[in-house]
Design a protein around this ligand. Structure first.
Ligand code: BG6
Length: 492
């Protein structure tokens, strides 16, 4: 269940500010029969309406290849919402969203179909052109080019606003293809029109990493290489490929999770803090950080794994060498971070569902001399339950000098203007705010890191360690850290 705080009547009365779409809009979802649309976008749109964050006039148009009756598409939309909100679904609200939903069947590469789409938009908008038109590419990346080109030619701008385009990751498959994607986009659109979406940036706790650093000088002074033994970033998933094996088998965990989500988390945690948070300064700082990442001695820095049984899944090539798990050791080429290893770990079909950041501090002499005493840590858990925890040591009473771990922390409940990631990001696009979207320079920087890893996979064919579904990945991932005197912080 989404744990979003639903605003109450008293919140509205108290006038607590909250983000809502101020502009009327039409949202066209390309790939409307796909899993992203059903799992994320339809529920998000319903939720925005439930929380009174939609404007007076909004329209949602599903675009996909299969011919479908309007009522059948509305049913798919409604079923997707009910599947997420279960018996909490407010049927009245859902019905009022459905009034604004329509479907248009077309081929992604047919310019004629986009002209048909234009007429469909004019019909449902009833001539009200004072609005924002948005196109969401929720299709497989293989058709991005066709959709962008046809959209560009169809000129779906309104009188007052250029059409905005939302492209969700993956942004290419490597550095070269990301460049090609940018070329296609810039051939047809101006930069301010396209929004490059990594949904992790819409997660409150991810952006909160930056806010925490700004708001707490204690943290700012502690998050420095001289005090830190190592940093760990975990993106552990219980689920497997969930019907997306066709896509996943072509990319693997490094491209799917590290290139985007994990490097973004790392950037928010360790980048230099600009004096003022602006869209430009944040993008620049992230880009600088990602550009400074180093991968030393690949053999000692990369472990890849695959869960047993993966190759038998539908959509996976029988002898697939695609990794469903990866553990990495990176460094930041900066005096402040000199020799501080950054361990990243992500995988599918693991024992736990956990996205977290762990900062392990250097041991004091007392800890060095007593293996029983655990290092001090700052744990920032991003999902599933958000919490911040300090792991300190406190002395036991009595004459013995004995210390036990003291965990101080508290869960963070969303109690303000909280939204799930796609809802928040959609509102940002409607309002034209690009802060939580990516820019190509940082995407290129991330591909340069990732390309080194995937090229190493193809050229040197390092062992692909098999692991049991429901485990914490292959043993080799533990050994990667043990070699340097570290261990993964596994607990939730
Ligand atoms: C997506 C990846 O970007 O993020 C998926 O393609 C992954 O493979 C997903 O499962 C994880 O997102 P979340 O929000 O569930 O942590």
């Amino acid at each position: 269940m989404p744990h979003t705080y639903i605003r109450t009547k008293s919140d509205y009365k108290a006038g607590i500010p909250f983000q809502k779409a101020e502009h009327d809009f039409t949202l066209i979802i390309f790939g409307a029969s796909g899993s992203l649309a059903k799992l994320k976008l339809f529920p998000s749109l319903y939720q925005l309406h439930l929380e009174k964050r939609t404007p007076k006039d909004f329209k949602i148009v599903g675009f996909a290849r299969t011919a479908m009756a309007q009522e059948d598409f509305k049913k798919e939309f409604a079923d997707a919402v009910r599947a997420k909100f279960k018996d909490m679904t407010d049927e009245k609200i859902l019905a009022s969203v459905l009034k604004n939903v329509s479907y248009f069947a077309g081929q992604y590469d047919s310019e004629i179909d986009y002209q048909g789409l234009k007429r469909h938009l004019e019909k449902i908008e009833k001539g009200k052109e004072k609005r924002v038109r948005l196109s969401y590419l929720s299709t497989p990346p293989s058709v991005f080019d066709a959709v962008i080109t046809c959209l560009g030619k169809a000129k779906l701008d309104t009188k007052l606003c250029k059409m905005r385009l939302i492209v969700e990751k993956p942004f290419g498959y490597n550095y070269e293809s990301a460049k090609a994607l940018e070329a296609t986009l810039t051939e047809h659109f101006e930069e301010q029109q396209f929004f490059l979406l990594d949904h992790y940036l819409g997660k409150e706790p991810v952006f909160n990493l930056l806010s925490l650093r700004y708001a707490n000088p204690i943290l700012t002074s502690l998050i420095r290489g001289e005090y830190i033994s190592n940093i760990q970033i975990h993106g552990l998933e219980k689920l497997g490929t969930e019907g997306r094996a066709n896509y996943f088998d072509h990319v693997g965990s490094v491209r799917d999770m590290v290139q985007s989500h994990l490097l973004q988390i790392l950037a928010f945690l360790t980048m230099d803090l600009p004096e003022k948070i602006t869209c430009e300064s944040v993008h620049r700082a992230k880009r600088n950080l990602i550009e400074s990442l180093l991968l030393k001695d690949k053999k000692d820095s990369i472990v890849r794994g695959q869960y047993k049984g993966y190759v038998k899944e539908d959509g996976v090539t029988p002898k697939s060498q695609t990794e469903t798990f990866v553990a990495l050791r990176l460094f930041i080429d900066d005096l402040n971070w000199h020799n501080v290893p950054i361990y990243l770990r992500t995988g599918k079909k693991l024992k736990t569902q956990l996205t977290s950041v762990v900062i392990e501090f250097k041991p004091q002499p007392l800890q060095k001399n007593n293996a029983k005493l655990k290092p001090n840590k700052l744990v920032i858990q991003l999902q599933p339950a958000e919490k911040i925890e300090f792991h300190l040591l406190t002395k036991m009473g009595g004459s013995e000098v004995d210390f036990i771990p003291l965990n101080t922390g508290r869960p963070i409940y969303c109690s303000g203007d909280c939204l799930d990631e796609h809802s928040r990001l959609l509102l940002d696009v409607i309002e034209g705010d690009k802060m939580l979207f990516l820019e190509f320079p940082e995407i290129y920087a991330a591909w340069k890191v990732v390309d080194k890893i995937t090229e190493y996979f193809s050229a040197e064919k390092p062992s692909l360690h098999l692991y049991e579904p429901g485990s914490l990945g292959p043993k080799a991932s533990d050994q990667l850290l043990e070699k340097f005197g570290h261990t993964w912080h596994n607990s939730e």
